[in-house]
Design a protein around this ligand. Sequence first.
Ligand SMILES: NC(=O)C1=CN([C@@H]2O[C@H](COP(=O)(O)OP(=O)(O)OC[C@H]3O[C@@H](n4cnc5c(N)ncnc54)[C@H](OP(=O)(O)O)[C@@H]3O)[C@@H](O)[C@H]2O)C=CC1
Ligand SMILES: O=C(O)CCC(=O)C(=O)O
Length: 418
Amino acid sequence: MILGSGSAWDTACVQLANAARHLGLDDGMHDLLRTPRRAITVSVPLQRDDGQLTVLTGYRVQHNLARGPGKGGIRFHPTTDLDEVKALAMWMTWKCALMGIPYGGAKGGIAVEPAMLSLPERERLTRRYAAELVPLIGPEKDIPAPDVGTDEQTMAWIMDTYSAHTGYTTTGVVTGKPLSIGGSAGRAGATSLGVQLSVFAALRETGRDPHAMTIAVQGFGKVGALAAQYLHDAGCTVVAVSDVKGGIYNPQGLNPAALIRHLAGGAETVVGYPGTDTITNDELLELDVDVLVPAALEGVITVENVDRVRAPIIVEGANGPVTAEADQVLDDRGVLVVPDILANGGGVAVSYFEWVQDIQAYFWSEDEVSDRLRALMDRAYREVSLLATTQKISMRNAAHVIGVGRVADAHRTRGLYP
Ligand SMILES: NC(=O)C1=CN([C@@H]2O[C@H](COP(=O)(O)OP(=O)(O)OC[C@H]3O[C@@H](n4cnc5c(N)ncnc54)[C@H](OP(=O)(O)O)[C@@H]3O)[C@@H](O)[C@H]2O)C=CC1
Ligand SMILES: O=C(O)CCC(=O)C(=O)O
């Protein structure tokens, strides 16, 4: 195992290097797979509601396009930078290959705190950023989707801005759109459903009874909130959840649906929810639970805290929550880590279904979407688990070996590499 410095980009490069070594890839192919195909930085001027002009920085990285158009979310977050977006784009490449969907990997973002912007400011910012991306994106080129700090409305503005440039409505340029303009049934909960299915697959594999399981979920956003709800609805006891302001804990279990309603009713944070103790995000990661689901940001389990992480199973709802060094420690300790590119692959899988439906202009029922998602998740989990068991490698390494191997194969088959 090769170790790195702890940044998302370093972690992604270490994971690639481990897979490349396992696959016996030569240095040229390894370089080709590491290097982003395109990386663009754009300045995004934003006129604030008070008339002031602020210039923000946006990014879009198309990491690899060998298997199809770029695919990946757009993040609005204050610490977003080019290296983070490169890492997230690389993970999208392996994720799409692992899920068996015909895309390359991409990701984008703007370094901004969206909570500080009014709705009209968010719209102006999104449209201006989208206008800068118009030459790069499109249903056959690169298809953005929501990520941290963005949502269905953001996708609607991007779709509209793109369509205004092309001169006709192009629904397939983004996924994760509202249903009324070509979104797919089931996309909003798809990542979370995939996380729940991954948790259950890991429990089955290790002979654990879901009804006896305690679970902690970090992050109560688009992924974390519904993952907590689906796990609760499926019989697990969700004892802790958190957002950026902190976490809440009740050893008897929380009711995620009631908590979601509490937030929809205007509460700004989960902290202070009646009948719960307040804990920090660090404390949540270190709880004595059966399953830990990090579903916020990358790099939260590091060499600094990994020895205090007690869950025997970690299912990565977030991208890159465990650094490469911490991952090695967990592996040595026998912790079962279901890696991000598998565990959260349900989101991009249903994004693929949305794009297919947009292109056909023919839409499926939620049951059809959910059945197809379950089939893709099940196949991907079984492939990773089988390789991990037969080759005696971690689920992380196995997932990367499959994803990286498929992309390398696409390059060889196309003849871009001898
Ligand atoms: N959306 C999707 O379909 C997919 C998302 N992912 C990944 O899942 C993760 C979460 O994404 P998503 O749910 O969409 O994002 P959201 O923006 O919807 O939610 C993020 C959540 O994390 C919380 N959070 C932010 N910063 C911190 C922090 N420093 N410590 C603890 N909690 C924090 C936020 O709190 P607050 O609301 O208070 O800011 C919020 O609850 C990301 O890693 C993303 O890349 C992966 C696959 C698909
Ligand atoms: O739905 C998509 O296209 C991408 C989702 C995403 O950004 C991710 O899987 O990390």
